[in-house]
Ligand binder design. Structure first.
Ligand SMILES: [Zn+2]
Length: 348
């Protein structure tokens, strides 16, 4: 269940403090230089009092705004309220109606600009927060008809969105180009992804540890075992059982054991009409699991590494909740904003 914490900025009607330093020269002594009444758009105030000051060092004058107010005519609180309404599923026009309940009129373009501004703020903040364990996953919700691939990255320590890009997850070069700066700047040491070959290649190149989401592995292995159960000769059914047990317990010696099983199954099978015989499939399954075993168990020696990519999928789920209400994302900008705004659990 998503948790919504409302932390709206405070807005004061007049300044209670004197300026700390001159915005032009960093001077620290000022003269009061008159006051003005600034009309604002806010859920509570219609105007605020702004004092002007003159810097004693450089003689320039400037406005000293009260808390929650800046050069914009909407207060910081109203801008956040607007973004919040959108995150909670309202359309741009719905948000206009929502704030009109507070006696404030904004255009839908203003709503749109507010969203972009809030999302940009969050994106910028992410760039300075180190991330140790990064969840990466592909989403395909952009555009109608020909859907364009999008990749997202989530901090699995905090569940916060980190980055979103127009990247095809099956293309290792593209994934590497996108992930490399994140890994370097944020200090990522583990990535968690699903079982796609491209992620394996990239993790190796970037020298990060790689946990493969066990939900995905169990899904495809479960399906394969189910199919093999119908087709492999009866005397090999015990191997399928043992693979199932290994996968549910993930013991450290699993790789070795799978390799042993692989060696026991006869290599050459008489294939019928080019079809891959069941025992060949089984051998392939065994060697693949054996080779990737270490990537299934990274979580076993790192307390902060989850064994699934659930945290990333939750972020995608929150984006989808938002997108359903407006029948999918029509633009990259909308999707980008939704990723940062909804993905933050509305705490920003
Ligand atoms: Zn100055």
């Amino acid at each position: 269940m998503p948790i919504v914490i409302l932390r709206l900025p405070n807005v004061k009607q007049k300044t209670e403090t004197r300026p700390q330093e001159c915005p032009y020269c960093s001077g620290e002594t000022f003269q009061r230089w008159g006051k003005v009444r600034k009309p604002v758009r806010d859920n509570r105030y219609r105007s605020v009092r702004v004092y002007r000051y003159r810097c004693c060092s450089c003689q320039r004058t400037f406005r000293h705004y009260p808390e929650g107010v800046d050069r914009a005519d909407q207060t910081q609180r109203l801008r956040k309220l607007v973004a919040l309404g959108w995150v909670l599923g309202m359309s741009l026009r719905g948000v206009m109606t929502f704030v009109s309940a507070f006696g404030v009129r904004v255009s839908h373009m203003t709503v749109w600009r507010d969203l972009q501004e809030q999302a940009k703020m969050l994106e910028k903040r992410r760039r300075w927060q180190p991330v140790r364990v990064l969840g990466v996953d592909g989403v395909y919700p952009l555009g109608k008809g020909r859907k364009r691939p999008v990749l997202i990255a989530v901090d699995l320590g905090t569940g916060q969105p980190v980055a979103i890009g127009k990247v095809d997850e099956s293309n290792p070069q593209a994934v590497k180009r996108w992930l490399e700066p994140l890994v370097k700047h944020l200090g990522v040491s583990v990535i968690v992804t699903d079982d796609l070959a491209s992620f394996r290649v990239v993790a190796e190149k970037l020298e990060v540890e790689h946990q493969v989401c066990q939900f995905h592995v169990r899904r495809w292995v479960g399906r394969t075992l189910y199919e093999l159960r119908e087709t492999v000769p009866k005397e090999w059914l015990w191997v399928l059982d043992e693979v199932g047990v290994l996968l549910s317990e993930l013991p450290p010696e699993g790789s070795h054991r799978l390799f042993e099983l692989w060696k026991q199954i006869p290599e050459r099978q008489v294939g019928q009409s080019g079809e891959r015989p069941p025992l060949v499939r089984l051998r392939y399954l065994l060697i693949r699991l054996s080779e990737h075993w270490e990537n299934y168990r990274v979580f076993a020696w790192h307390n902060d590494v989850p064994w699934t990519n659930n945290g990333t999928e939750q972020a995608i789920g929150r984006m989808k909740i938002r997108s359903r209400t407006v029948r999918g994302y029509k633009s990259w900008q909308g999707m980008w904003a939704a990723f940062y705004l909804t993905g933050s659990g509305v705490v920003w």
